[in-house]
Design a protein around this ligand. Structure first.
Ligand code: ADP
Ligand code: MG
Length: 238
């Protein structure tokens, strides 16, 4: 379980996160939605240990991740997928195997894990193709497979479909649902696309200017926005 308490982050004079409180439950898909510049990516980067908080903390199963001396092992329990797919100029197979190689896993174990992941993303027949020659949507699926193959307990996705066309978006959304359902992986994703939040998330949080204005099920947020700023964001008021 992820527990975020009084989390603040400033860059110089710019207070980007202002006392964020949030609990994400094991096994849920949680969407952070909100306008551009509201602090969504910064929040995800702090959870992924890519940034340090100015104050407050993030606990995973009770451990303050930024205070912990085993940050590497905590980081290994997480996978992250970025808006722009990150792929290396090597085969699809090697792109997915990358996270396993550094763990000293046997070649046979790597083969079987990567094969399973490639089947999951529907690219098993493309294992030997150079990943840089894939379409944007396929590259993003490779990035998802690379994050997933290490068995993360938590998968973080920052606007995973922002650069994709509708069909590729649907593909990734379907993949997200299957990962959550079949592996029980907890997922936190950010999106500026409200409807994507509604399609995917068990719960979502509306981030406005560095804090959650409302956290609830998509139904609650759409039907009972608790403030004018949330209502405005979900389009119920001009
Ligand atoms: P979102 O993902 O919701 O669009 P971000 O978290 O990317 O928002 O950014 C929130 C604010 O923090 C923006 O004003 C952005 O310019 C600022 N910001 C993000 N990262 C940095 C950084 N490394 N240095 C300075 N400012 C940053
Ligand atoms: Mg962002």
């Amino acid at each position: 379980m992820i527990e975020i308490t009084e989390l603040s982050k400033r860059f110089g004079a710019n207070e980007v996160l202002r006392g964020v409180d949030l609990t994400v439950r094991d096994g849920e898909i949680f969407a952070v939605i909100g306008p551009s510049g509201s602090g969504k990516s910064t929040l995800l980067r702090i959870v992924n240990l890519l940034e340090t908080p100015s104050s407050g903390c993030v606990r995973i199963d009770g451990t303050d991740i930024h205070a912990a001396d085993r940050q590497i092992s905590i980081r290994r329990g997480m996978g992250m997928v970025f808006q722009k797919p990150v792929v290396f100029s090597t085969t699809v197979f090697e792109n997915v195997a990358a996270g396993l190689r550094i763990r000293g896993m046997s070649e046979a174990a790597i083969r079987s894990r990567v094969k399973e992941a490639l089947e999951l993303i529907g690219l098993a027949d493309r294992a030997e193709q150079n990943a840089r020659t894939l379409s944007g949507g396929e590259m993003q699926r490779v990035a998802v497979a690379r994050a997933l193959v290490t068995d993360p307990v938590l998968l973080l996705m920052d606007e995973p479909t922002a650069n994709l066309d509708p069909i590729a978006t649907e593909n990734i959304e379907d993949l997200i649902r299957r990962i959550n359902r079949d592996y029980g992986t907890t997922l936190i994703l950010t999106t500026h696309d409200l409807l994507q939040g509604q399609r995917l998330a068990h719960r979502m949080g509306v981030m406005i200017e560095g804090g959650f204005a409302q956290v609830g099920t998509p139904r609650e947020i759409f039907s009972e926005p608790n403030t004018r700023s949330v209502a405005r964001f979900v389009g119920m008021e001009n």
